[in-house]
Ligand binder design. Structure first.
Ligand code: SF4
Length: 341
């Protein structure tokens, strides 16, 4: 038994043959899955009834349920989606002019333990399978046409590399949902082996790296991953990735009041990221997290001064708005709310 949403379009003929089914059905199956977007095989009316039954047995369509939803004043919707075993993950829908972005999860919880993150605070329950990752997209598209995906929800994508990349390849496939690779961004906290593997895929997914501090002393305090792969090794790996793929990396830097928002931090950050060709920086005001009440958002004045240092040092930088904070939109908070009651 293989879930239908884990099979890449080019694999369907072989998958059918292996089960003694007629491979010429592959085209009809793909149309049912990714043109009609069926949610159960009974709805694939172009297939004979008997085949629909066999498809259900051999290639089931992953079932999901909406367990909770939170919507913020700025239109951001946060959905908590449950799978058959009761595990649940968050996916976030973010409308903007000309865009409808979905943030998806790759694991139930996360083992990385970043201090500012609710998912990390709950630990890892399990990794998602490719079809479960795809099922979030399938759920999200019911709310509107998804133009962009960011893999920034619960979990570390490079800690679940094979299933994550399979899911993204499927969403990207021309005979699948056909979402352009440049509209799909993978975000890692710095799991170094994943960069080399991704650079060998030959697919132009965007890559962003959560940096959040300009040196090992600060970064190790909030991101345990830094003790395994320190900032020098991470940035050398980023530079090698950029040289090989010719793709720019975006560094995410969450500004936390009194911790990493000083002008000295800004100067050090500029110096560090300039070692990576074409590097860009996204500055993100902290979304307060309930388990760290001591973490606060810096003032607008402080954030603008930080931005100014980076720009003056020639680093392409954006100061983002933090969106959806009234919908528990910081990663992992909706699930945590549900678990903690
Ligand atoms: S920020 Fe990402 S990598 Fe870090 S704990 Fe949260 S989900 Fe995991």
């Amino acid at each position: 038994m293989r879930p239908a949403w884990s099979i890449l379009p080019d694999e369907w003929k072989d998958a059918l043959s292996e089960k003694g089914l007629r491979p010429f059905r592959a085209a009809q199956i793909l149309q049912s899955l990714y043109r009609d977007y069926i949610e159960k095989w009974d709805d694939a009316t172009t297939l004979p009834k008997e085949l629909r039954q066999q498809m259900q047995e051999e290639f089931p369509i992953t079932k999901t349920e909406l367990s909770d939803v939170a919507e913020s004043a700025d239109g951001v919707k946060k959905l908590l989606i449950s799978f058959a075993d009761g595990a649940s993950v968050e996916t976030v829908l973010i409308p903007a002019t000309g865009r409808f972005t979905q943030c998806i999860s790759t694991q139930v919880g996360c083992a990385m333990g970043c201090e500012f993150c609710a998912s990390g605070a709950s630990g890892l329950d399990r990794s998602l399978t490719a079809d479960e990752i795809v099922s979030q997209y399938m759920f999200g598209r019911k709310f509107g046409q998804i133009t962009n995906i960011v893999v920034m929800g619960m979990g570390e994508p490079f800690a679940n590399y094979d299933e994550t990349i399979r899911a993204l390849k499927l969403i990207n496939a021309g005979k699948g949902p056909n979402l352009g690779a440049r509209h799909i961004t993978i975000s890692t906290c710095g799991v170094v082996p994943g960069f080399e593997r991704l650079s060998q895929e030959g697919i132009q997914f965007e890559l962003s790296v959560s940096l959040h501090a300009p040196n090992n002393e600060l970064r190790s305090q909030i991101m345990p991953v830094n003790r395994r792969w320190p900032i020098e090794e991470l940035l050398e790996t980023c530079a090698a990735y950029t040289q090989k793929t010719k793709r720019a990396i975006t560094f995410e830097y969450t500004l936390v009041k009194g911790f990493n928002d000083s002008l000295q931090c800004a100067r050090e950050l500029a110096r560090r990221v300039k070692s990576v060709p074409m590097a860009k920086v996204n500055l993100i005001p902290l979304s307060p997290v309930s388990h760290r009440p001591d973490f606060k958002t810096p003032s607008q004045e402080t954030m603008l001064a930080f931005l100014d240092v980076l720009m003056k040092n020639g680093v392409q930088t954006m100061l983002r708005r933090s969106r959806g904070s009234d919908a528990s939109a910081a990663c992992g908070q909706l699930r945590r709310r549900l678990i903690e009651g």
